[in-house]
Design a protein around this ligand. Structure first.
Ligand code: OFO
Length: 193
């Protein structure tokens, strides 16, 4: 079936879909858009610090991680707009500029990711309360992503704790960090998004 009638039916179908985003869910998703934007900026600031302080591997990892967070934000923006809501691009707070060392950076990263996980759980909670199973389903991707990200941060922190202040080992760990998910796969994923 082709022609104007099909177009009209599809248009009506789209309008119906567009009118479907629950207001409480929309607010929770917009809050999450802001969280992802803040994450992207926070990791960008860390990447800059690592770059000018002699950690090229960590810097590459964090630049890619920052791009990934932007991709998380974009995915939410598109979802809200496609479902008939309005994505809000809010002002965000300035991220930290100075860090003590790599241990400090990854401790902050993990604590930030723990907060992101709590924020994502909150969105899931609102979806369940509002019986919005479509958005609930969409959010499962974020739930799985957080498990990966927290595990990765723990792994890096464990390695940094093992070497302590050994500068030679730090050189090799920095090189390894560049090859971890955020540095290589993350950049590829971000490029495809
Ligand atoms: Fe690492 O946070 Fe996005 O989702």
């Amino acid at each position: 079936m082709n022609g104007p009638a099909t177009f009209y039916t599809l248009h009506l179908f789209n309008l119906k879909i567009k009118g479907m985003l629950n207001k409480k869910v929309e607010k929770a998703l917009n809050d999450q858009i802001k969280v992802e934007a803040e994450s992207s900026q926070a990791y960008l600031a860390m990447a800059c610090w690592a770059e000018i302080n002699g950690y090229p591997g960590t810097s590459a990892f964090l630049y890619a991680h920052s791009d990934e967070e932007r991709m998380h934000m974009m995915k939410l923006i598109r979802f809200v707009n496609d479902r008939g809501g309005k994505a809000i691009i809010a002002a965000i707070s300035e991220p930290a500029k100075e860090f003590k060392n790599l241990q400090n950076i990854f401790a902050l990263l993990l604590s930030h990711e723990n907060k992101v996980t709590a924020a994502i759980n909150n969105v899931v909670d609102v979806c369940l309360k509002e019986k919005d199973y479509t958005t609930h389903n969409f959010m499962q991707w974020y739930v799985s992503e957080q498990i990966e990200e927290e595990t990765l941060a723990h792994h890096i922190i464990d390695q940094l704790n093992l070497i302590g202040n050994d500068k030679g080992a730090l050189y090799f760990i920095d090189r390894d960090i560049a090859t971890l998910k955020g540095g290589v796969a993350g950049a590829e994923k971000g490029a495809k998004a």
